[in-house]
Design a protein around this ligand. Sequence first.
Ligand SMILES: Nc1ncnc2c1ncn2[C@@H]1O[C@H](COP(=O)(O)OP(=O)(O)O)[C@@H](O)[C@H]1O
Ligand SMILES: [Mg+2]
Length: 246
Amino acid sequence: MEVSETDTSADEAVPYLDVSGLEFSYGEVKVLYGLEFQLAPQSIGCVMGRNGVGKTTFLRNLVGLENSSAGKIYIDGSDATKLEAHERACNGIGYVPQGRQIFPLLTVEENLLVALEAAGSAEKSIPSSVFETFPVLHQMRKRRGGDLSGGQQQQLAIGRALVTRPNFLVLDEPTEGIQPNVITMIGEVIRKLVDEQGMTILLVEQYVDFVRKYSDSFAVMNRGRFVAQGSVDELDSSTIHKHLSV
Ligand SMILES: Nc1ncnc2c1ncn2[C@@H]1O[C@H](COP(=O)(O)OP(=O)(O)O)[C@@H](O)[C@H]1O
Ligand SMILES: [Mg+2]
C-alpha cells in the first residue's frame, strides 16, 4: 500500500479537546481569561489549582452549562462552542459535577435510570458495564442514594455519567472527601476506561499524588489563567510550591 508523502499525522495527533481564547464572566465579574488548553485523545488530563481560581467554571463551559463570551471549544474535531449542554451530552460528553449531586431520596437504580431518561437515550436499561465497573452499585441498587457512604456516592455519580456510554468524561474533584482505598479504585477505573475503552478523561484534581499516578498531562490554573501545563513528568516541585501549596 502506498503511503502519501504528505502524511505526517502519526506524530502530530489532533487534540481530542482543543480550547482557544476561552473567556467567561459571571455578570460583571470576569473569571476565565483567554484559556488555551489541549487534551490528547485517549488520555487523562488533570486541571489543578487553589480554590476559587476558576476550575469548575472551566469545566462548566466545556460541558455547556455556561456559555463563554469569547473563544472556541472543539471536541473530537467538531466545534462545540455554541452547543447546548444536552447536545454536548448526546455527542458523548459525560459530566460528574463537584460534590456529586446525586438524588438522595431516589434509589441507586433510580438515580441511574433518571440519568438515562434525561439523556433521551434510546436504551431503556442500565448498561451492565456500569455495574461491572462499580459492583457496589449493583449490591446497593435498592438503597437510597442518601444512605450510601461518600465513596459509594461518588461511584454512583460516576456511574450515572457512564450510563450513556460517553467518549469524553469530565469529572470535578472526584476524590474530594473520599477514603484512600476508594480514591485508588477511582484512579484505576478511569485509567481502565482510557486504556481499554478508548475514552478521553479530564478531571479537576487537588491531590498531586493522584495526578502523578494516574494522569498523562496536567494544567495548573491561577486566577482564571493556565500558568503551567505539560505532561505529568514535567510536574515538578517548584510548580507545586508556587501555584498549589497554601
Ligand atoms: N454562579 C456563580 N456566580 C457568580 N460567581 C461565581 C459563581 N460560581 C463561581 N463564582 C466565582 O467564580 C470564581 C471561580 O469559581 P470556581 O470556578 O468555582 O473555582 P474553583 O472550582 O477553582 O474553586 C470564584 O471567585 C467564585 O466565587
Ligand atoms: Mg471547583
